[in-house]
Design a protein around this ligand. Structure first.
Ligand SMILES: O=C(O)CCC(=O)C(=O)O
Length: 284
């Protein structure tokens, strides 16, 4: 029988040197069997409680409510719901354990040669709703190829997203694909500037790069991509939600670049100010 308190304290395995090298070579890495499946099952229960079994029952955000009132659709990628993982015992423990691996994956050092720390930035449940059904939130289309960096309003690269499917999924669910090596292409703007196209239309030179197959995940597998890596996903062709959770990390020395950002309340912050420990704790 599993020791539940040990699983809670150490829900993840450590990353390997090969996995760290893969992230830096391709801009993404799949970590097979990274998380204890029981932790993911517990997180799926939390997600269903917040969002309903159809993943569309959570309240509309004020921004989405305003958009809907103007006849505009919500983001097609997913129905994003803050998960507030730091205030939940199972997710808090996961976030801190991921921090240890994130510190090694990040591959930044301090002046005295130690690994630079990693800061928590945000975490969300991101179910993709079935393409075959109408939804209140939108979130039932494909994830257009895009880069995350500029959207996060930070002053330096080094951030990463850990993408956790909460059930086993293959391409029919709308799983992640990555443009190999695109993390070396520089900053490619915000996804909202691409009109009806995507990053591959706005930067056609990216088409010379290989695109990974859409991932197949067993329960416990996760992918990690850097915030400079172009990525996307197909629509969810299942008749049920594709449940996923994402955890966003930043290097410990990251500062706000002063640009408005829907991910955090910046009213008490000054441009170029470091992210404070209370809301954005160092986790590794
Ligand atoms: O869940 C998805 O379909 C897309 C996720 C994504 O764009 C991201 O993690 O940056």
């Amino acid at each position: 029988m599993k020791d539940e308190s040990a699983v809670r304290a150490r829900p993840c395995r450590s990353v390997t040197v090969e996995e760290i090298d893969h992230l830096h070579e391709f801009g993404w890495v799949k970590l097979k069997g990274f998380v204890d499946p029981d932790v993911l099952r517990a997180m799926l229960d939390v997600a269903r409680e917040k969002m309903g079994d159809d993943a569309d029952g959570n309240p509309l955000s004020p921004a989405l409510e305003a958009a809907v009132a103007e006849g505009k659709a919500g983001l097609s990628y997913f129905n994003a719901q803050r998960s507030s993982g730091l205030s939940h015992p199972v997710m808090r423990s996961l976030i801190h354990d991921v921090g240890k691996s994130a510190q090694r994956l990040q591959r930044r050092t301090t002046a005295d040669g130690a690994d630079l720390g990693v800061r928590y930035y945000s975490d969300f449940f991101v179910p993709k709703l079935p393409a075959s059904k109408k939804s209140r939130h939108g979130g039932n289309g494909p994830t257009a190829f895009h880069q995350d960096f500029i959207t996060f309003s930070v002053d330096r690269s080094g951030g990463m997203t850990f993408w956790f499917p909460l059930e086993p999924y293959g391409p029919r669910a709308g799983t992640m694909s990555f443009v190999n090596g695109s993390h070396r292409a520089g900053v490619l703007g915000d996804y909202t500037t691409y009109g009806d196209g995507d990053a591959l239309d706005a930067f056609p030179e990216l088409r010379a790069l290989e695109v990974s197959e859409p991932m197949t995940y067993e329960l416990g597998d996760v992918t990690v991509h850097t915030h400079l890596t172009v990525h996307g996903a197909g629509p969810n062709m299942m008749e049920r939600p594709r449940w996923a959770y994402l955890l966003v990390t930043q290097p410990a020395d990251v500062c706000w670049n002063g640009s408005p950002c829907p991910n955090f309340d910046s009213t008490a912050m000054k441009p170029w100010e470091p992210f404070g420990d209370e809301r954005f704790p160092v986790i590794g």
